[in-house]
Design a protein. Sequence first.
Lengths: 134, 137
Amino acid sequence: MAKLYRSREGDATAVDTKTQLSTLGSEMAPGPLLVPTGVKALVGVIIAQCFNMAAAAGYSALIRLEGPGLPGGPEVFAAGTGGTPVATGGNGVNKAVLIPVNIPVTPSNEILIFGEMAGTDVGSITFGVTLVFA
Amino acid sequence: MSKTFTVEGDIGSADTRTLLTTQGSVTAPSSVVPSGVTKIDQIIVAASTEGLANGAQVYFLRLGGNAVKNGEQVIVISAVGRIAAQAGSDAAPQLMAPIVFENIDIAVAASDTITVAIEGAGTDTGTGHAVVTLIYA
């Protein structure tokens, strides 16, 4: 079966706080991210993240996958790190990273995607996540 | 046999789906999927901003149109951030080398049209720029 790509994005604005990624740009309410029918596994997770550099601090970023679409239970992925010595000058871009995986899924059930900031509060982190099903 | 299709364009604001329809000096490249191919095998893509506004955002590639058999496919590409530069200094540039996604395996219908769009999400950080190559097989 051809691969299918499902995405969500959102901002994490507090440290050590799980934040659900539930929007998709101009789609403010895309609804639950359901495992497509006919697929057997989550075969990839594509993650991009960057912070707004609003505080002179550093962070680590995590992505958490949860929900009934994952019969094996939650999974957590390292999404990157960052920091800045000053809050008065910064500019950067991070390219997305594709993480190959093989995680069983339950079709027609929901997967919840969460972004989380760890370390020190840096202001906010914007996350984008794509789940690749096959 | 592989066949490429490349488009580029500017992205004016966040939360807005922007079609990429030009290719530099070629202002209207054909978006018809070549005959004899069945899938997008690889994607080469980059997107960043000029960094003229404070914030952070992510960019998505949205592939749609009649040629994409299983409906629109949305893939995250990059994330950017910017805070006001220090007085008297120059802000660092945003430079993004392209990502090459291999074995992307998106089913397409030959001889039908595909739409390639970019969308930023989050806080607008200024005009964005994106370039995308689809490699059909």
